[in-house]
Design a protein around this ligand. Structure first.
Ligand code: SAM
Length: 246
């Protein structure tokens, strides 16, 4: 059954329209015969279906990096701490789940309902089993579907986070995610994101005064707010993590 994400949906529901309406995009959402939720972009030359599989060989390689990797060090896990991390831009959940596997307790926020549904399904399937991944997904990750800016501002979530992690959309990010995932995220969430919204998200995070804010960026991208320099950059080949302290 095709689903057409429409910028007028909020109007139809009597809600305030988002300031930056998503593009018109046709997607097909279906369950495979073995129960896996899949989303496929419609149209000519559309890539294949996307689903979330935290048990794939690719994801196992990402987990293997461990706490001494860039993400672990940026978030402060390398020192043996087990912080409460709010991942404000969960997407397909790779960073959130890597953090949970490394021992952090993660609250992951995702505002796109289709991306949120894929992630929810992937987490549920990943919980099956009795290994470290199942344990992390069962005990240390919570998904909240909604706009992190509004949820942060409401101040309804307790306890407050030690770390807020941000990985907003960015135009150059094609290399960081497999192509079809990148295309789906771009189509659903807007290729290149919105710099004003991202700056607003950073300010909403800073207002909560966590011990750390970590922003994932393509290696040569400008900072999330122009001129706002991090105290440290953890640089990899294609991405970097900008660390902000209060
Ligand atoms: C680049 S993706 C994140 C990828 C993710 N780090 C991963 O490992 O899969 C950015 C995601 O953030 C979400 N997003 C952007 N701004 C948001 C906000 N204010 N609140 C919640 N989600 C947001 C987008 O919908 C998109 O799914």
């Amino acid at each position: 059954m095709p689903r057409f994400a429409s910028p007028t949906l909020e109007d139809d529901l009597g809600l305030t329209p988002l300031p930056n309406p998503p593009p018109h995009v046709g997607v097909l959402i279906e369950r495979s015969p073995d129960g896996v939720l899949q989303v496929r972009l419609l149209g000519e030359n559309a890539p294949g279906a996307v689903w979330v599989n935290f048990r794939s060989a690719d994801f196992k390689r990402r987990i293997a990096e461990g706490k001494q990797g860039l993400l672990g060090r940026a978030v402060g896990l390398a020192k043996g701490e087990k912080p409460l991390v709010w991942d404000a831009t969960a997407g397909l959940g790779r960073d959130a789940v890597r953090l949970a596997v490394m021992g952090a307790t993660v609250v992951a926020f995702e505002r796109d309902p289709v991306v949120g549904a894929l992630l929810r399904d992937g987490i549920a399937r990943g919980r099956e089993g009795d290994d470290a991944l199942a344990e992390a997904l069962s005990n240390r990750i919570t998904l909240i579907e909604g706009d992190a800016r509004a949820l942060f501002a409401r101040g309804a979530l307790d306890p407050p986070p030690d770390v807020i992690f941000l990985d907003p959309m960015f135009p150059e990010r094609g290399t960081a995610l497999a192509k079809k995932e990148a295309q789906l995220l771009g189509a659903l969430c807007g290729v290149g994101g919105d710099a004003d919204e991202d700056a607003e998200l950073f300010r909403a995070a800073a207002a909560l005064a966590p011990k750390r804010i970590v922003v994932k960026r393509p290696r040569h991208a400008p900072t999330i707010i122009p001129g706002r320099e991090p105290v440290h950059r953890f640089e990899g080949k294609s991405v970097r993590y900008d660390l902000y302290l209060p």
